[in-house]
Design a protein around this ligand. Structure first.
Ligand SMILES: O=P(O)(O)OC[C@H]1O[C@H](OP(=O)(O)OP(=O)(O)O)[C@H](O)[C@@H]1O
Ligand code: HPA
Length: 182
């Protein structure tokens, strides 16, 4: 359990790596690329909860063409997770067989989450599966694939804000922060 004072000091000591203006610029570019590729395809956009909530909303506001929205909740099991083991707590409810699907998440870190979700949609009949993440963390512990649309590269630190949580908190921030010393 954290106190409000502890949480406020985590935030006040953190480094802001990406501010709101930089986020907006990156999201504008992503939306432009996505619109170029998908505007005629009536895609199904999939928000990966919980981290994908803010990025999905921000992209949808910028995508002015016919699309449908659904969400999945699939997260990695704790620290011991290896490979693509995901704990699915919500599968999509919208028909996606034969359709173009766009997966939206906050971060491409090691990449197991996005990779496994893409594979699941492909294995279950999606036509083309695209993926978009606001940030890509720079390190060499990654899966081989990369998302089709990436907002910004970011250094290898523990991040929070704009979808990403620090022990459950701070997903709501309009910027991306790194915990002091981590
Ligand atoms: O690229 P990876 O190394 O797989 O990590 C990225 C994933 O980790 C976080 O989700 P998490 O499983 O913590 O669930 P959450 O979205 O509910 O925070 C984040 O939202 C991505 O989905
Ligand atoms: O750096 C991170 N912060 C929060 N959640 C995450 N999930 C993967 N990487 C991160």
């Amino acid at each position: 359990m954290h106190t409000i004072d502890e949480l406020n000091s985590i935030l006040s000591e953190a480094d802001c790596l990406i501010n709101e203006a930089q986020l907006n610029e990156a999201l504008d570019k992503m939306a432009e690329q996505i619109s170029g590729d998908l505007a005629e395809k009536m895609p199904l956009v999939i928000c990966v909860m919980n981290g994908g909530l803010l990025p999905t909303a921000a992209l949808l506001q910028r995508l002015q063409f016919p699309l449908e929205l659904d969400y999945v909740h699939a997260s990695r099991y704790g620290l011991e997770t290896t490979g693509s083991d995901l704990n699915w707590t919500r599968y999509p409810q919208t028909e996606f067989k034969g359709r173009d699907v766009l997966i939206v998440d906050d971060i491409f870190d090691q990449g197991h989450t996005v990779e496994a979700i893409i594979k699941w949609f492909e294995a279950n009949g999606a036509k083309n599966v695209y993926s978009a993440t606001v940030v890509n963390k720079l390190h060499d512990r990654k899966v081989e694939m990369r998302p089709d649309y990436i907002g910004l590269d970011v250094e290898d630190r523990f991040l929070f804000g704009y979808g990403m949580d620090y022990q459950g908190y701070f997903r709501n921030l309009q910027g991306i922060y790194a915990v002091k010393g981590k």
